[in-house]
Ligand binder design. Structure first.
Ligand code: CA
Length: 529
């Protein structure tokens, strides 16, 4: 209950010093006992903001994109840090941090150790992170280590300087005379793609840039050095790009060596079964079995929930019941395991929905958004922000789609936190609502119960229809409503925000020693599930 500002309770506590001391002590205990995040346990109660969208790299380059102004994206992020804290976000996923050319989204990293990029200078980068930390927000870096771009050509890697030994032997560059490395002898190439137990064939080979050989310890050492550099800049968590391209056991190595407070991977979107296998094999603690094993594993993006949630757009609410346990990875109980604990849900990201080419016209396949800016996006967030998994809100939806939607998202986050809904919350689907053609669930939080209806109005379903009593209305919008039931049935309360995080001392990569030259850089386990 420490995270809840409750005036009535506080008044009562004020009169008893002993109780206050006990309360503070309990808070300290809870703070200590709180899992470090996805890397250390279940019940992650954080909410993420995707702190950019596809076009963000165009800000602050007025010579090329006059309509985006002269303020670079890191400056935009810094100026909105207090607003993010006010919304009670916890994690902020920022774009790829490394230099990828003068104007680039960043998914073609050229120099990992160089941390200025299209989003701003190193100084602006650091200032954005410090502002987030000071506002109690945890920056999450977008780690693009499946592949790499050359400095000027295909494979002239600098900073860190890598040779052809860092490139997978079957990369197209070894077959293309334009690459400058065609016909390199096999002995001078890296070893991969890898065979992994959770995916048929080998790991994915990407034909746009050079696939990196994580099997080489020199590569792994530099990646760990890179992650430590990013931590010293202020990042606390990792969002790994395109993780179907290399073995999950290397994620276990990177997370084991850097201990991020949060980790999530982008695995092949429509392969939920493989996603489970990948998650399982990312566990950085060895020797644990069953659900315990998942406690040190990485989260994965739950694309299936985003696909299934589009049933909202045709008001097909009964589809949200799935096979009786909800939708997506959050509703997956394969092998009796709580996969919802490792699921990051979202309505849209920089790769889905509407996005434009540099001339401003829509990219093919990106002509429209997944959820329109009306009841559709409202209902999508009403669902995501009240259900298990770690929900991720898209920048555009919170900051650019209007005050009304912003207020509703903020009210939903507050309801989630007041009830204590988290990644592992149990959901009880309401059959009577299903019969009425709408979706409703009771979601169990650590502080109380949350009730949600998507579709229809109170005549179709409200908590009393299932016999629930003593609850308060917390949020509502076009065809949805959320209620919270707390012990003692207090008036609507506001969840408090996280205290500031310390800003670490920045260290450039060449000043960082990677202390674990031996076993820690090697996978402790085979990839067998
Ligand atoms: Ca390639």
């Amino acid at each position: 209950m420490c995270s809840i500002t409750n005036a009535t309770n506080f008044e009562r506590l004020k009169h008893s010093r002993l109780t206050v001391i006990a309360f503070i002590f309990t808070c300290l205990l809870l703070a200590i006992a709180r899992p470090l995040g996805a890397q250390a346990g279940f019940g992650d109660d954080r909410v993420m903001l995707q702190g950019f969208y596809y076009e963000s790299y165009r800000y602050g380059h007025p010579e090329k994109f006059p309509d985006k102004g002269d303020k670079v994206w890191y400056e935009v992020v810094r100026s909105q840090a207090a607003a993010m804290a006010n919304a009670n976000f916890d994690l902020v996923w920022l774009p790829p941090p490394s230099y990828a050319g003068p104007v680039s989204v960043g998914y073609n990293p050229k120099q990992y150790f160089r941390l200025d990029n299209s989003y701003g200078s190193l100084k602006q980068h650091r200032a954005a992170l410090v502002a987030l930390l000071q506002n109690g927000l945890e920056p999450v870096a977008d780690i693009v280590v499946n592949h790499r771009d050359g400095t000027n050509g295909w494979a002239d890697f600098q900073n860190p300087a890598w040779g052809t030994w860092a490139i997978c032997a079957d990369d197209e560059a070894f077959r293309n005379s334009a690459s400058g490395i065609a016909n390199t002898p096999m002995a001078q190439r890296g070893v991969c793609e890898e065979h992994v137990a959770y995916r048929p064939g080998t790991t994915y080979a990407y034909d746009a840039f050079r696939d990196i050989a994580h099997t080489d310890v020199r590569v792994r050492r530099d990646i760990v050095r890179y992650l430590l550099q990013l931590q010293s800049l202020g990042y606390r968590g990792w969002r790994y790009d395109m993780v179907h391209g290399y073995g999950a056991q290397w994620i276990a190595v990177y997370n084991g060596a850097t201990k991020p407070t949060f980790s999530v991977g982008e695995y092949d979107w429509d392969k939920q079964g493989e996603q489970r296998g990948w998650v399982w094999n990312t566990a950085s603690a060895s020797g644990e079995t069953g659900a315990e094993h998942l406690k040190s594993a990485s989260d994965v993006f739950d694309f299936e929930t985003q696909f299934s949630l589009k049933a909202i757009n045709s008001s097909d609410y009964t589809k949200l019941y799935g096979f009786g346990n909800g939708i997506g990875l959050v509703g997956d109980t394969t092998d009796g395991l709580p996969w919802r604990e490792r699921s990051v849900t979202f309505a849209e990201n920089h790769d889905t929905g509407y996005r434009t080419k540099e001339d401003g016209t829509p990219e093919p396949g990106h002509e429209s958004d997944s959820f329109a800016n009306n009841w559709q996006v409202e209902q999508a967030y009403a669902f995501l922000l009240t259900h298990p998994g770690v929900p991720c809100v898209y920048w555009k939806h919170y900051f650019e789609w209007g005050q009304d939607l912003q207020n509703k998202i903020r009210a939903l986050i507050n309801a989630r936190k007041v009830a204590g809904v988290n990644s592992g919350s149990a959901t009880f689907l309401q059959d009577n609502a299903r019969q009425a053609g709408v979706y409703a669930a009771r979601v169990v939080g650590t502080h109380g119960d949350l009730y949600i209806r998507v579709g229809g109005d109170d005549d179709q379903w409200q908590p009393s229809a299932s016999g629930y009593t003593d609850y308060r209305e917390y949020a509502e919008g076009a065809g949805w409503k959320v209620w919270v039931k707390l012990p003692g049935n207090p008036a609507v309360v506001t969840a408090s925000h996280h205290a500031p995080f310390p800003a670490p001392q920045y260290r450039s990569a060449n000043r960082l020693k990677v202390p674990f030259e031996g076993a820690a850089l090697h996978s402790a386990r085979s990839a067998a599930m």
